[in-house]
Design a protein around this ligand. Sequence first.
Ligand code: CO
Length: 134
Amino acid sequence: MIGRLNHVAIAVPDLEAASNQYRHALGAKVGAPQDEPDHGVTVVFIELPNTKIELLYPLGEGSPIQSFLDKNPSGGIHHVCYEVEDILAARDHLQSTGARVLGDGTPKIGAHGKPVLFLHPKDFNGCLVELEQV
Ligand code: CO
């Protein structure tokens, strides 16, 4: 059911330092910061030949990234995102296997302007999983 790895998201305590590290030390193509107020994050996209990396930094009060950084002060992998062709069919199938979908189960529009859902990390080996319809 799942297709390509769309991105790996990494929460970072210093967005400018992390961007510069990817740009200069790792030699990657690094975009400009984008505020995503609906998700409580500022995102920097990094284009790799086969996938993307998203650097996540807290935006506003009650950002989910702030609580993640409180537990992981030096940052860490926050989630992985897999592509699906039909997000509602994927949701229904996953729920039929007992997997929990976060929120009310209705897809939200994600950082790429496409519908996304998140799956409970406790159901996926401690890893928050995002599904994106492509
Ligand atoms: Co994501």
